[in-house]
Ligand binder design. Structure first.
Ligand code: 2NL
Length: 357
């Protein structure tokens, strides 16, 4: 029995892995194991022999089982240590840099608007942000003493003493871009002019720089009916609502006659804005038939040509579409809030609606 003890305790200590250990367990204390077979012999012994051998065999069995358990634990420990060594990682290494940039909502909305009007045959015109007061005002039928000049809260460029060239201003609307486009292209013409404009004003709904898009369509017989269709198509595509409803309210602008302000049907129920349903109206743009004097300033004969124009605030459209409450947030230096509204670096503006003309 001492031989048996020596044999198994030694072999267990030397076992290389768990399968080897299991093999030893079966050989020693398994059903047909050496110790188990010896225990079966007890039945054939005399009571005295049994009295002596029984406890010894039980002790041997216990001893082997303990050695197996201890070796099993030691093997598991060694395996864990090996994993810890092999899978070691340096948590102090700097992280991989992540993309931080996002598309600005104003840029995205500008692209969305451009895509929609492009589908209706409008091209994009651009022009200087510093304009002569002729292009910004006179050409738009706003003569020097016109009250609209004051209402525009214009930023004037400073002039050196004795410099009496005509005053220049930061453009207060993108209309001068369209005057230039008319002068360059003549009629017929279909353009939109998106871009930055400036007015000396600052509160929750006004920033001194904001973005406007104006549109202009001149042809032989372009009418208010065409204006109405173009604006309805635009709103349907932009707000992604099939049943948009617009309301044209008579208004006044110096550069259009007749003029209309346009409201869109909406609901403020539950504190959130829904476009295209409900009993409320939201003003979204100004429009009208281009004034003959403005056509003339653009070098177009008002006896031969006519057309419509409209203007709207891009920032406001972005706020309405994406539910952004405060205009000033757009022009903060800290743009982390953009992520809250779902603007990501990978967002690519899409062609809206699939309009056809
Ligand atoms: C508004 C109103 C408007 C225009 C802009 C325009 C341009 C030319 C000729 C005639 Cl070149 N009109 N632009 C016309 C009507 C309204 O803007 O409330 N904008 C935010």
């Amino acid at each position: 029995m001492d031989d048996l003890r020596q044999k198994y305790i030694g072999a267990i200590a030397d076992a290389a892995d768990e399968p080897a250990l299991e093999e030893l367990r079966l050989q020693a204390v398994g059903k047909k194991g050496e110790v188990s077979l010896m225990m079966r012999e007890l039945g054939r012994m005399t009571p005295d022999e049994r009295q002596e051998m029984g406890p010894k065999l039980n002790a041997l069995k216990d001893e082997i089982n303990s050695a197996l358990a201890a070796k099993k634990a030691a093997l598991a420990d060694a395996a864990l240590n090996e994993r810890l060594r092999a899978e070691w990682l340096d948590v102090t290494l700097p992280g991989r840099p992540r993309r931080q940039g996002t598309i600005h909502p104003v840029s995205q909305v500008t692209d969305e608007i451009t895509a929609i009007f492009a589908d209706m045959g409008f091209s994009v015109a651009e022009g200087p942000q510093i304009e002569s007061d002729w292009f910004n005002f006179d050409a738009l039928n706003i003569p020097p003493e016109h009250p609209a000049r004051q209402e525009h809260d214009t930023f004037f460029m400073s002039r050196a003493e004795g410099d009496d060239r005509p005053p220049h201003v930061l453009r207060t609307h993108t209309s001068p871009v369209q005057i230039r486009a008319m002068q360059e292209t003549g009629a017929p013409i279909r353009v939109i002019a998106p871009g930055r404009v400036y007015r000396c004003d600052y509160d929750q709904t006004h920033t001194p720089m904001f973005h406007q898009v104006e549109g202009l369509a001149i042809g032989r017989d372009i009418s208010m009916a065409n204006l109405k269709w173009v604006l309805e198509e635009f709103c349907r595509a932009f707000f992604e609502v099939e049943g948009v409803e617009l309301r044209f309210r008579a208004s006044h602008f110096p550069f259009t006659e007749p003029s209309a302000e346009v409201d869109i049907r909406c609901s403020w129920a539950g504190g959130s804005l829904k476009i295209g349903e409900g009993d409320d109206w939201l003003e979204i743009l100004g429009s009208g038939m281009v004034h003959p004097k403005v056509l003339k300033a653009g070098g177009i004969d008002p006896d031969q040509w006519q057309g419509f124009a409209f203007g709207m605030g891009i920032d406001r459209l972005a706020m309405l579409k994406y539910g952004i409450p405060d205009l000033r947030a757009f022009f903060d230096s800290d743009l982390r809030w953009l992520r809250h509204y779902g603007f990501s670096a990978l967002d690519v503006p899409t062609l809206q609606g699939g309009l056809s003309v």
